[in-house]
Write a protein that binds this ligand. Sequence first.
Ligand SMILES: NC(=O)C1=CN([C@@H]2O[C@H](COP(=O)(O)OP(=O)(O)OC[C@H]3O[C@@H](n4cnc5c(N)ncnc54)[C@H](O)[C@@H]3O)[C@@H](O)[C@H]2O)C=CC1
Ligand SMILES: O=C(O)C1=N[C@H](C(=O)O)C[C@H](O)C1
Length: 265
Amino acid sequence: MEKIKVVVAGPRGRMGTEAVKLVMNTEEYELVGAIDYKNNGLKLSDVGFHSADAPIFTDIEECFNTVKPDVLVDLTTPEFGMYHAKTALLHGVRPVVGTTGFSDDQLKELERLCDDQKRGCIIAPNFALGAVLMMKFARLAGRYFQDVEIIELHHDQKLDAPSGTALKTAQMIAEERDYKEQGHPNEKETLSGARGANYEGMHIHSVRLPGLIAHQQVMFGSSGQTLSIRHDSYNRESFMSGVKLAVDSVMKLNVFVYGLENIIE
Ligand SMILES: NC(=O)C1=CN([C@@H]2O[C@H](COP(=O)(O)OP(=O)(O)OC[C@H]3O[C@@H](n4cnc5c(N)ncnc54)[C@H](O)[C@@H]3O)[C@@H](O)[C@H]2O)C=CC1
Ligand SMILES: O=C(O)C1=N[C@H](C(=O)O)C[C@H](O)C1
């Protein structure tokens, strides 16, 4: 059996560390390299990953030209994630990107590049299968409830707000919900930001606290009732079955996919 050759970008990060372990522990995968902004020329075993002899590159093009991977798993920052995904596609490498914080224009640019290169790419704002189901259930509920507030709660080291998951949830609900500016038409914030971010009239609230990992509650309301759909990730292992699903799936794709809900039934 030919193994899927994987490179992980951001191997020392919270998610990258788990992804390296996933790739190392998966029989069908071969960890052929890692991309970091430092430690060029060292091996992953030199930076604490026991028995991982994959080389670390600071230059992504050198990495791709040297180890010729099939898939790039990117778990870095929006700025570098975009550059990494584009460079991957231009080198015939299929990106699986968990990094969040991309703009609509950046997503469109990646989609165009996939079409040009005829290579698959998966951008997954959330790899946790429970979170993907939460988003699907929320989309369905949006058909019946026009009023919804999204409360996302994360650790305080998170760079982007709202979370990629909250934004994707709002986009999915908007596919079913008739546009509505929520709240009282005359409502005024006496303290700026009190009503959170506004996506097509829906409000998104971002909580950041040490002790949290990744959580989201989608709360719908109508006369005399509320419906809450909640997902909690208590550790970063919770994302890894979704990373595996994405790596396996992207190998069969020649198109751009935004969200694992397009992969799971
Ligand atoms: N899709 C999903 O299910 C999930 C996505 N995320 C997203 O993944 C990203 C990473 O999250 P965390 O691991 O918590 O962050 P982190 O800050 O722990 O890790 C980011 C890593 O990227 C590295 N990095 C920064 N610039 C780099 C560059 N130019 N080249 C290579 N590596 C570089 C940093 O050294 C750091 O180790 C974030 O955008 C976050 O929102 C996080 C959890 C789940
Ligand atoms: O930064 C994180 O931690 C997470 N980021 C993703 C997001 O922005 O939605 C996924 C998950 O919520 C954890």
